[in-house]
Design a protein around this ligand. Structure first.
Ligand code: NAP
Length: 454
């Protein structure tokens, strides 16, 4: 049985029967059978269905936002924005997939030689709850436009979203088995990966899940793409605009109640502007109105689950025991639901969870450094390498740091890190490998085939 629980109240929304092993195999076989047809359809046909899907998303955005609020606590306006972004990625690949996958002629001494991009079959997506629609669409839109089919194992706390996703594909006019959701627990993922029809796996989630999925995929020599955790550093240099930097940093930290892989997590501030930045930033963090995600004035809902809230609090308490100091927040509120207040912690040092680990909630670690050189050293002193940002009014200086010094997959100057269908997205180090989005993402699950004619 899978339970959908409202994190704002702890009440059960609905219970769902899990798919049995026999049921899973039947679904995968149907999706595989469908691939043999779908892989041969034209880009025109695929893009018609993808555009219908974008339209359907736009017309259902309020309803889908409410479903997310009920299952994982996202505030309504963020949910609406998420669904609009899903429609964007559908339209983007509907318009561009054919160009991205055009044959590429290569000059050689043969009479003809070129690269052709061919779909490979059914791909498994193992997805997290934090952006229950966006994470799935940024995988599914390119994968399905490329001629592959997909099965989804969504996070166990968002089964309603998993089923809504399947319905959306069907209602948009895709063949029934192009995209299917499997209601399974994570212990069944191995069985799915090992099914002969499954040709690859894309996981977005935590590092332990990534390691487990990668080792199963490795054991049967199947390709995987991993989008894992992050501890994104934000560098505040002495020449930054401290007012706008503080606003942007607080927005980047509090989006989705701080539950974003590319959330701003460590704020590394040079000592000359440390006090002023901390004051401005704390002021911005305190503006968050946390409460019922369905109320219009709420800007920050509860965390997605009670256990995740308790785990986050544990990380803060352990850091404080080792000498970190709470500037604001840091206490579990005395109310029902998985709420946690905006929290700022300073005097954060190596060896503390607030320095070494990912804090998946509205908690900011602020770290004082001497200068730019030390800021870069601290920024890179992490096992993660997903996003990073640098704040300076000297754009050339910012670009140099972003391009050549920060060890991360996505580096922004004077803004918080965000994904965009047009730009590749992914990490290095323990944040994973492979890329999603743009012309790069659509090629991950393709046979990049060399064709030569003598
Ligand atoms: P999670 O616990 O790792 O779960 C993610 C997905 O993996 C869920 O479907 C989960 O299923 C499944 N899973 C968990 N353990 C597994 C295992 N041993 N074998 C196979 N599947 C397994 O992560 P989460 O709590 O949902 O999401 C938060 C994490 O995701 C954070 O670390 C965040 O940074 C990361 N994330 C990364 C990105 C990115 O693009 N890099 C984007 C969003 C989130 P169950 O729910 O059934 O356990």
């Amino acid at each position: 049985m899978m339970k959908s629980v409202n994190p704002a109240t702890g009440e059960i929304n609905q219970k769902y029967e899990l798919h049995t092993e026999k049921g899973i195999i039947k679904i995968i076989n149907s999706v595989d059978k469908c691939w043999h047809q779908w892989g041969k359809t034209s880009f025109f046909q695929r893009s018609q269905a993808m555009q219908n899907l974008a339209t359907l998303l736009k017309s259902n955005k309020e309803k889908l936002a409410r479903l997310m609020a009920m299952e994982m606590g996202k505030v309504l306006y963020e949910g609406v924005a998420e669904i609009e972004k899903c429609a964007w990625v559908c339209d983007y690949y509907a318009a561009n997939a054919e160009n991205f996958l055009e044959n590429e002629n290569i000059e050689t001494d043969f009479s003809k030689s070129y690269v052709s991009y061919q779909p490979i079959g059914t791909i498994l997506a193992v997805m997290p709850w934090n952006f229950p629609f966006w994470q799935v669409f940024r995988f599914a839109a390119p994968t399905i436009m490329a001629g592959n089919t997909a099965v989804l194992k969504h996070a166990s706390n968002v089964p309603g979203c998993a089923l809504a996703l399947e319905d959306l594909f069907r209602e948009a006019g895709f063949p029934e088995n192009v995209f299917r959701s499997l209601l399974i627990k994570n212990n069944m993922v191995e069985t799915v990966i090992k099914h002969q029809a499954v040709k690859g796996v894309s996981l977005t989630g935590s590092n332990p899940a990534g390691k487990s999925v990668a080792s199963v995929a490795g054991s049967v020599l199947k390709k995987c793409v991993l989008e894992l955790g992050g501890s994104d550093p934000y560098l505040i240099l002495e020449d930054a605009n401290l007012v706008s930097a503080a606003k942007t940093c607080a927005t980047g930290r509090l989006l989705n109640a701080g539950q974003s892989c590319i959330g701003a997590k460590r704020f590394i501030v040079v000592e000359k502007v440390y006090a002023e930045f901390l004051e401005n930033f704390t002021h911005e963090m305190m503006k968050a109105q946390f409460g019922d995600p369905c109320e219009p004035e709420t800007t920050m809902g509860p965390l997605a689950r009670m256990d995740l809230r308790d785990e986050l609090h544990q990380q803060i308490s352990a850091s404080v025991k080792k000498g970190a100091e709470i500037v604001i927040g840091g206490e579990k509120p005395d109310r029902n639901g998985a709420y946690y207040p905006p929290t700022v912690v300073e005097n954060v040092k190596p060896g503390m969870p607030a320095y070494d680990e990912e804090l998946f909630g509205p908690v900011a670690s602020v770290i004082r450094v001497k200068d730019e050189k030390e800021a870069v050293l601290v920024a890179n002193d992490t096992v993660f390498g997903l996003g990073a940002a640098v704040f300076t009014q000297n754009v050339k200086r910012g670009e140099k740091i972003a391009e050549t010094k920060l060890q991360a997959g996505c580096c922004f100057v004077n803004d918080f890190v965000k994904s965009d269908p047009r730009l590749p997205f992914g990490g290095i180090k323990e944040s994973g490998f492979g890329r999603e989005l743009s012309s790069h993402g659509i090629k991950e699950f393709m046979n990049i085939k060399t064709v030569v004619v003598k």
